[in-house]
Design a protein around this ligand. Structure first.
Ligand SMILES: C[S@@+](CC[C@H](N)C(=O)[O-])C[C@H]1O[C@@H](n2cnc3c(N)ncnc32)[C@H](O)[C@@H]1O
Length: 413
């Protein structure tokens, strides 16, 4: 279903009648509706509540409220019964010949594990067969007005951004294999639409909050502190789930744990704690020496976690928005096959994939630092400051913790 705001309908009407937006504002001003109230409609997906505003909208658009709702892609609750009673007739009215034409694209770069296309991800996905990838990861532009390569507009109207998002999501869903998973990284404000749309054809798997470092407060709003990573599975059950263990969260100054694990310390798995749906250990790529390009590069650690958790060696990972190529670089280091597209400059990605030493070293460091409850440096810090470490419990009665309380088994999956 497409997303339309009332504002889109108004603009369409203005265009249809060869008028200007100023003519529209004059029309509404005569009905005591300010220009600012019209502009605000760009940000919302509903018809305003004020009676005179609704009436003026109907007059301007020459539509009933029901027609406005239907034009915005919604069936009002009070009409659902008649909608379902008339499904056959509606389907007949909607039916149109299916367009089966697909174009063929030549890869920009290929190696033994993967294939990169330079072009628009929607067009490229159109050329791919159904059910051909095991994992989709996507980190699209967030519509924040950032400057990307020519041909990429990051300042779309709300409805244009959402409709474009739905279009590439639908293709991602089509090319995903049954049991495969799709992970989309975005701001919570867009994740809401993404999750709702994916929920129409896939099964919810997780909504992960990724701690946003170094964010700035926004006036009259809650301080933004997380990115969303929404994950859905095709069918009802994911084919692969490799549990990921990470070190216990501790204070980097004293080494003390940030959460109180009470009397259960001796039952904690020395290989680390199971990863939850709040990820606080992912840092942005900020350092010049780590960056492959100036902006918008995700960390190797994030992609390592997603790809390791959701796929096995030999599986195919797809990312429609290549950027600097983090997904492909990590996928191939983990022995996964990969496929992807980038509308802008692909040279950076190719260079990164050919010169993979830095990513390899980073990945090795990340792998060394996971799979344990404390890293060697944190263990040393804890020893120095008198905090417990796993070795303290070796040989003790395993139903008792240090302070004698009955313990839960945190090591269970
Ligand atoms: C947020 S960045 C992705 C960054 C990437 N995850 C990384 O770690 O480097 C989004 C990328 O999508 C690309 N892009 C935007 N629209 C596109 C489209 N229609 N098809 C393919 N790529 C597109 C942009 O050029 C940009 O490089």
């Amino acid at each position: 279903m497409q997303f339309f705001s009332v504002y889109d309908l108004l603009l369409n009407k203005v265009r249809e009648n060869n008028r200007t937006p100023d003519d529209m504002y004059t029309f509404f001003r005569a009905r005591k509706i300010k220009k600012s109230q019209i502009i605000e409609l760009q940000q919302t997906a509903f018809i305003p509540a004020e009676e005179n505003f609704r009436k003026a909208l109907c007059d301007f658009l020459n539509m009933t409220e029901l027609e406005i709702e239907l034009s915005m892609g919604r069936i009002p609750a009070s009409y659902r019964d008649s909608y379902f009673q008339n499904i056959k007739e509606i389907a007949r009215l909607l039916s149109k010949a299916e367009d089966n034409t697909t174009s063929h694209f030549l890869p920009y770069y290929e190696n033994e594990l993967g294939c990169l296309y330079n072009g628009d991800c929607i067009k490229i996905m159109h050329s791919l067969p159904d059910a051909c990838v095991d994992l989709v990861f996507a980190d699209p532009p967030f519509n924040l007005g950032k400057v990307y390569d020519p041909g990429i507009d990051d300042s779309l109207t709300v409805s244009k951004y959402i409709n474009w998002t739905y279009e590439w999501l639908d293709e991602c869903v089509r090319i995903l294999k049954p049991g495969g998973r799709i992970f989309i990284y975005n701001l919570p404000k867009w994740c809401v639409y993404i999750a709702s749309h994916l929920g129409e054809s896939l099964t919810f798997w997780a909504w992960i909050a990724i701690d946003m470092k170094f964010s700035l407060p926004i006036q009259s709003r809650l301080y933004p502190a997380h990115y969303g990573l929404v994950a859905f599975v095709k069918g009802t059950k994911a084919t692969t789930f490799n549990n990921q263990r990470i070190p216990l969260q501790v204070c980097r100054h004293c080494g003390g744990e940030l959460k109180d694990y009470g009397g259960y310390k001796n039952k904690m798995n020395p290989l680390g704690v199971n990863v939850s749906d709040v990820w606080t250990d992912i840092y942005p790529v900020r350092h010049k020496s780590d960056k492959n390009r100036k902006y918008n590069e995700l960390s190797v650690k994030l992609l390592n976690r997603i790809i390791s958790m959701a796929t096995n060696e030999g599986d195919i990972v797809f990312d429609p928005f290549g950027g600097s190529g983090t997904t492909y670089a990590v996928a191939q280091l983990l022995n996964r096959k990969w496929m992807g597209c980038e509308l802008g400059d692909c040279g950076i990605i190719k260079h990164r994939l050919i010169n993979s030493r830095r990513d390899k070293e980073q990945l090795e460091r990340i792998q060394e630092e996971s799979g344990c409850l404390f890293t060697p440096s944190i263990m040393e810090l804890r020893r120095k400051n008198g905090f417990w470490i796993c070795e303290d419990f070796k040989g003790k009665d395993d139903t008792e913790s240090m302070d004698g309380q009955l313990a839960l088994d945190f090591s269970q999956e």
